[in-house]
Design a protein around this ligand. Structure first.
Ligand code: PLP
Length: 429
């Protein structure tokens, strides 16, 4: 397949290069310039998740990556069930993977793609995290041959559960507890990518959410959602997506461009740069505000240029998007209301998507909101909002017993560089 740099059309790369580079020249995102519709949607919708996803991804990616079918089978080992939450409204539960968040889909696919295309080049994934991404990346790359992972997280600033998911694996997963805040972690990562010799020496890659491989993997579960609806309800589907960096909704819009019949609703917390932009036409990011739905605390969503490129390509108007914004108090209110009426447990991200969907839905439409994280990942907030004791799945409980293997480090790039050059087994193929 061909991908282009959205900031510099002269940079044209194939899929493998886009996955390896992550980002293009001038910090431009790689994206397609056309999408060929699938011509057999009904047939695809009758297939199981893995078989259907193999067909969809092969259609998009083309002949590259001969191992693609095996990769999909190995990556998508858990279900994405559609669960009724309210009248005419369903939750697409994307949190049944190993780290209980939708990011498992993209991270697991990316890890296996990188492993297949790296040849005999050693790679090092370096990423700073304040939570979900680090956990998903650590798990996805665990024991992938020839790939080392270094994850920086701010000491005392992520939940114990998140820390356990990142720090207890060991082997090729190096967790570093930085004595500083998240911005200092990101600064160390940025310095690493600015050091060209270092990038080459360790084969640096960031595995972050702008990587096209993560995006493409996420297309598959939109089809999986519609496949679980009775045929009579497949014509008027509305997806509501809780947005942070807008990667998830970009994947949904690609699914639509491929021929999936649905419209999309943008759900945000008070970090509402996009809703304000859709209303006023002005792009005016404000300082980021901390909320209960912390994975959506982003005021400069880095996938937005892809949404605009896609709309232009498909002749969709930005004015056609429904959108909505919820603050923390309303979020808790929505969680309580739905729980008291139907016993469905929402965590804060899903609660925002559910509420915005409910407001946007007409009587003849079927609504689906994305459940992006397991309620147990936000146990304290869910417990206190609902007055319950959310059960913690075994997969998380077992982690709590394991030993933390992270290294403590001062926020200094030189220390990180020494550590990486001396500790990683760079000759390991
Ligand atoms: C990452 C994340 C989001 C936001 O997804 P984007 O693709 O960045 O828009 C929403 N909810 C949860 C739980 C997440 O971890």
């Amino acid at each position: 397949m061909q991908l282009f740099n959205l900031k510099d059309k002269s940079q044209e790369v194939n899929f493998a290069t886009a996955v390896t580079l992550g980002i293009g020249r001038n910090q431009g995102l790689f994206f397609v310039d056309r999408i060929i519709k699938l011509d057999n949607i009904d047939e695809l919708l009758s297939m199981p998740l893995v078989a259907r996803s193999q067909k969809i991804l092969r259609h998009i990616i083309g002949d590259e990556v001969p191992e693609l079918e095996a990769i999909v089978e190995d990556a998508f080992t858990f279900k994405a069930p559609l669960v009724k939450a309210d009248d005419n409204i369903f939750a697409l539960e994307l949190f049944h993977g190993p780290t209980l968040a939708f990011k498992d889909f993209g991270a697991r696919f990316m890890a296996r793609v990188l492993s297949a295309i790296r040849g005999d080049k050693h790679l090092t994934i370096l990423t700073a995290t304040s939570g979900d991404t680090g956990a998903a990346v650590a798990d996805a790359f665990y024991r992938q041959k020839g790939i080392d992972v270094v994850i920086l997280y701010p000491k005392g600033k992520i939940s114990i559960l998140q820390e356990k998911l990142i720090s207890t694996l060991g082997e090729n997963i190096n967790a570093i507890e930085v004595e500083g805040d998240f911005d200092m972690c990101q600064d160390m990562v940025k310095k690493a990518f600015d050091d060209r010799d270092f990038v080459d020496a360790v084969g640096l890659n960031s595995a972050n959410s702008i990587n096209v491989s993560r995006l493409f993997a996420q297309i598959c579960y939109y089809f999986e959602a519609v496949a679980q609806l009775p045929e009579s309800k497949r014509d008027k589907v509305v997806f509501s997506v809780p947005c942070g960096n807008f990667g998830n909704i970009t994947a949904g819009l690609i699914a639509r461009a491929l021929g999936l019949k649905a419209r999309f609703v943008i759900a945000c917390n008070v970090n509402d740069t996009v809703p304000r932009y859709l209303k006023s036409g002005r792009w005016e990011p404000k300082p980021t505000i901390a909320t209960l739905s912390n994975a959506m605390d982003i005021s400069r969503p880095n996938n937005w240029p892809r949404v605009e490129a896609l709309c232009q390509m498909q002749n969709w108007s930005l004015q056609d998007f429904d959108y909505g914004v919820l603050d923390d108090e309303s979020t808790k209110g929505v969680m309580r209301d739905l729980y008291s009426r139907t016993s469905y447990i929402l965590e804060p991200h899903a609660a925002i998507a559910y509420s915005v969907l409910k407001d946007a839905l007409s009587d003849d439409e079927t609504g689906i909101f994305l459940g992006t994280a397991h309620p147990a990942k936000f146990k304290d907030d869910v417990d206190s909002a609902l007055g319950i004791d959310v059960p913690v799945p075994e997969i998380l409980r077992s982690k709590m017993e394991l030993e933390n293997k992270s290294v403590v480090m001062k926020p200094d790039f030189e220390l990180l560089k020494d550590y990486m050059l001396n500790t990683l087994k760079l000759d390991k193929k």
